[in-house]
Each structure stands twice: as C-alpha cells, then as structure tokens.
Design a protein around this ligand. Structure first.
Ligand SMILES: Nc1ncnc2c1ncn2[C@@H]1O[C@H](COP(=O)(O)OP(=O)(O)O)[C@@H](O)[C@H]1O
Ligand SMILES: [Mg+2]
Length: 161
C-alpha cells in the first residue's frame, strides 16, 4: 500500500487564515488534471472542506454547487474538468466503501478530492497527493502535503513550488 510508503516529495506550510487556505485551494484547483487524486486528512473543523471549496473554485466549478457532502459519499462537480468530492467519514471499512461504487471512480477521467481518507487509506490509488491539516490555534492551520508518485510530486511542485 502506497500509504505506508515514503512520500516522493513532501512540504509543510502554515496557513494563517481561512482566506489563505482558500487561496491555496484555488491555486491547486487551477492545476488539477483528470486522474489526480487528493486525499484530505484532519479533524472536524481542520479546514478540509474549506480547502476543497477553493479547489473547486480554481477548477471552475460554480460555488453554488459546492456543499459539504454530508448525505452522500460522493458529489460530482462540473468545472474545467470533472471533479468528484467525496467524504469517507461515515464509512467504516473497505467492504462498505466497495459497496458504494466509489472505487469504480478511482482512476477515472476526472480529479478526485477525498475527505477523511485516513478512515479507509486503501481507498487511495497508488499515486496520490495527501494533505493533512491540523489546528495551530484559532485561525491557523498547518498543511502537511505528501506526494506519492511522479505526477503528484509534479503537482506539489507546481502548487507550492
Ligand atoms: N487557516 C484556516 N484554514 C482553513 N479554515 C480555517 C482556518 N482558520 C479558521 N478556519 C475555519 O475552520 C473551519 C473549517 O471547517 P471545514 O472546512 O468544514 O472543516 P473540515 O471539513 O475539516 O471538518 C471553517 O469554519 C473555517 O472558516
Ligand atoms: Mg468537511
């Protein structure tokens, strides 16, 4: 499992505000290509969905489309490229994930943003970008960004250069 491997490349940064996290998301969204998979990890309120909103904006998705995927496992967005926003919070194991059809989407011709990837790490493909957010006080969040594979490493470089 790639999740246990050493990342190809990693970066750590601190976002001092929601606005900065949003800006980072927009930039990532501008860079996403079909096939990219971004896993988001962090406690409730860490900023996963906040970052995804920025990504969706950067990818050209109408902001009215972007919700927290509370009731469904996966939400499709139509932007510059097709984008899926998933939340694994309510799932308990790989079998349950399998039953949702989520796995059929992985590796498809779209980008994927997956909150709570740590719930089911096997949901990730071999190559992916992993972003771990942590509270660093009221309005600051650290982002640990780890790229597994060549394309994710290039994406990380282009994003945070
Ligand atoms: N630096 C920051 N980056 C992102 N969100 C922040 C930051 N500082 C404060 N926040 C706030 O934290 C909350 C994050 O919520 P949300 O993105 O829904 O978290 P999650 O999806 O991880 O549960 C939002 O209310 C946001 O305004
Ligand atoms: Mg969320």
């Amino acid at each position: 499992m790639s999740n246990a491997e050493q990342p190809t490349r990693s970066r750590r940064l601190v976002s001092p505000s929601p606005e900065e996290t949003h800006r980072l998301g927009v930039k990532l969204g501008q860079l996403l290509q079909p096939g990219d998979f971004v896993g988001l990890i962090g406690d409730l309120g860490a900023g996963k969905t906040h970052l995804v909103r920025g990504v969706a904006e950067g990818a050209g998705v109408a902001q009215s489309e972007v919700a927290s995927p509370t009731f469904a496992i996966v939400y499709p967005y139509e932007g510059r490229i097709p984008l899926y926003h998933a939340d694994l919070y309510r799932l308990t194991d790989y079998d349950e994930l399998y039953a949702t059809g989520f796995l059929d989407l992985v590796g498809g011709d779209h980008a994927m943003l997956v909150e709570w990837l740590d719930r089911i790490p096997q949901a990730a493909p071999r190559d992916f970008l992993r972003v771990t957010l942590r509270h660093e006080g009221e309005d600051a969040r650290s982002l640990d960004v780890e790229a597994f594979g060549a394309r994710p490493a290039a994406l990380l470089d282009a994003w945070l250069g």
